[in-house]
Structure formats: structure tokens, C-alpha cells
Design a binder for this molecule. Structure first.
Ligand code: TMP
Length: 216
């Protein structure tokens, strides 16, 4: 395979993205990749990307108009693509990212009202033509998501964004991800986030391995 796949993990808050990322990291050997490494990162921000992480704190900790948010997420994405994602893909490393452009499509585009086309336009230069090869959307009900967010998170850790955007729109955000599957049917894979984490891992590993085999 010429280029390593860029893989993104998406879904409503508390859908189990972090658990899946950790399991993938722990069981990297299951992925049939003869390249060099598998790199795990996240948005907004980016693992080992100090500037992008600073932007994360700023974006999630303040109240902004939806259009401002869309630009801020795109700005942070530009830093992340330029300094973390693209260099690693060029080195032959698979990159797995917790959230990416689809979160902007759903949160700022479909729910915030800008629409998918405007988000595409705003992100045109930030993406540098880096589009996910595989996107896993973990699906849990909005009710379960809100319950988990309130139960699991220390109230002090619920940020301005969670309060102002997520908790007010959980239903629409859930529906937005389902709608995205219709727009990008080949790239997006809906995976039941209520299944046992080990089964989710095996399901996702199979999707990744099939993609690698198909593109060899
Ligand atoms: P996280 O809690 O999953 O790390 O994500 C932080 C929040 O940022 C989450 O509620 C989704 C939101 N978000 C957007 O609204 N647009 C984006 O483009 C990204 C990457 C995240």
C-alpha cells in the first residue's frame, strides 16, 4: 500500500472514543500494517503538539459564536495537519485521530446551522488535502451520552463548550452523525458503541485490515 491510512474516530461525547483509542494502541499488533508506527492523536489539539493543545484549551474554555468556533477548529486543525498528521503519514505511519473534520460538519455545520458546504469551504486550506480514509462513528443514544457525561465527569471538568453546545444539542448531534453516513457512505462506518469494548475493537480492526488489504 502506497500511503498509510488516516483513520478518525467520531461520535457523541462519551461514546467510548478514548477507550477504543487506548485498546487500539494496546493491540496494535492486530493491525496488518507493515509500515513503521501507528500514531494516536486528537482534535481539537493534537498529541505532542503544544500549540494545537493550547488552542484546544482556548476553544473549549470560552464562549464563541458558531462561525467563530468553526474558524477556530479549522485553525487548530491546520496546526495539527501541518505538524503532526501529514508528517507522520509521509513517514509511513498510520495516524488514528480522536475527532476531525466530521465533528465540525456535525457540531458547527449541521447543528450550528452553517451547513456541510460552508464547513468544507472553511476547512479547504486547513486540510491540505488530507481526508480520512476510514471514519469510525461510535453510536450510543443521546440519553446515554448525557447520562455518562454527567455521571463520569467531575463537574469542574465540564467545560464551557460541553455546557453551551453539547448538553443543549445532544439529540441533534447524535442525528448529525447518522446523517453524515448518508453523505459519506463509503468512508464512514457506524459501530454500535454499546457493545463490549473488546468486540468493538475486533470490529474496528477488521474494518481497518480490510481497507489495507483492498488498497494493497
Ligand atoms: P472531546 O471532548 O471529544 O475531546 O471534544 C471536545 C469537543 O469539541 C466535543 O464536544 C466536540 C467539539 N468539536 C467541535 O465542535 N468541532 C470540531 O471540529 C471538533 C474537532 C470538536
Amino acid at each position: 500500500m502506497k500511503y498509510p491510512p488516516f483513520i478518525t474516530i467520531e461520535g457523541v461525547d462519551k461514546a467510548g472514543k478514548t477507550t477504543l483509542m487506548n485498546l487500539l494502541n494496546k493491540h496494535q499488533d492486530l493491525i496488518h500494517w507493515n509500515g513503521k508506527r501507528i500514531v494516536f492523536t486528537r482534535e481539537p489539539g493534537g498529541t505532542d503538539n503544544v500549540k494545537a493543545e493550547k488552542l484546544r484549551t482556548f476553544i473549549l474554555g470560552n464562549e464563541f459564536d458558531n462561525l467563530t468556533q468553526a474558524y477556530l477548529f479549522a485553525a487548530s486543525r491546520n496546526e495539527h495537519v501541518m505538524h503532526t498528521i501529514r508528517p507522520n503519514l509521509s513517514l509511513g505511519n498510520i495516524v488514528v485521530c480522536d475527532r476531525f473534520i466530521d465533528s465540525s460538519y456535525v457540531y458547527q455545520g449541521l447543528v450550528g446551522g452553517l451547513g456541510v458546504d460552508v464547513i468544507q469551504e472553511i476547512n479547504k486550506y486547513a486540510l491540505h488535502d488530507i481526508i480520512p480514509a476510514i471514519t469510525i462513528v461510535l453510536v450510543i443514544s443521546p440519553e446515554e451520552s448525557v447520562k455518562r457525561l454527567k455521571e463520569v465527569t467531575n463537574p469542574k471538568e465540564i467545560n464551557v463548550f460541553d455546557e453551551n453546545v453539547y448538553l443543549r444539542n445532544a439529540d441533534k448531534i447524535h442525528d448529525g452523525f447518522i446523517q453524515l453516513k448518508k453523505l459519506f457512505p463509503k468512508r464512514i462506518h457506524l459501530v454500535d458503541g454499546t457493545n463490549d469494548p473488546k468486540d468493538i475493537l475486533l470490529n474496528v480492526v477488521q474494518i481497518i485490515n480490510e481497507y489495507i488489504e483492498e488498497h494493497e
